[in-house]
Design a protein around this ligand. Structure first.
Ligand SMILES: [Zn+2]
Length: 162
């Protein structure tokens, strides 16, 4: 029974898509990079098929991200396969910041997957990306989380490169 609670959905990512996100992250340094991932539900999780960069229009793009509204809205209406958003943390670990969680209600209804990347090095000291994946949780039963900002949460998900 407890196993049900521990059951995680998998996020499948083609290595080519991982490389595109990584490239966009490095090209955007020192600013945070952001974009959307497209894909579909698959057995055991979500299968990502494509990455689309979106301009970061945050007033302070060194430490925050804000998707360009026109590009984001175009995605919502034109991309039936929209499944998630990606952004990078150039200076900090790839875990959701307080601001990320506060901004979640703006996206949460429309996506299933939340990806955060950070610059890293391979064992051969080559630049790569450390990527973390999260699933959107909807806290509908917790009365202490009744305000808008706390209704959504992010739960770590397993990533599998394909
Ligand atoms: Zn962030």
């Amino acid at each position: 029974m407890a196993a049900l609670h521990g059951q995680q959905n998998m996020i499948f990512i083609p290595s080519s898509v991982d490389q595109e996100m990584s490239k966009h992250m490095y090209n955007s340094l020192p600013q945070e990079a952001c974009g959307v991932v497209l894909g579909e539900a698959a057995a055991g999780g979500i299968r990502i098929s494509r990455f689309q960069p979106i301009r970061n229009v945050a007033p302070n793009p060194l430490h925050h991200f804000s998707l360009d509204e026109a590009e984001w809205i175009r995605c919502i209406f034109n991309e039936p396969q929209l499944v998630g958003i990606f952004h990078s943390h150039p200076q900090t670990s790839p875990v959701p910041s307080h601001q990320d969680l506060m901004a979640l209600p703006a996206y949460a209804e429309l996506i299933k997957v939340y990806l955060i990347g950070t610059p890293a090095l391979t064992s051969k000291s080559e630049p790569c990306m450390h990527l973390n994946g999260y699933e959107i949780l909807y806290n509908v039963e917790d009365p202490s989380k009744s305000n808008q900002q706390k209704r959504y949460d992010l739960q770590p998900a397993q990533l599998r490169m394909t």
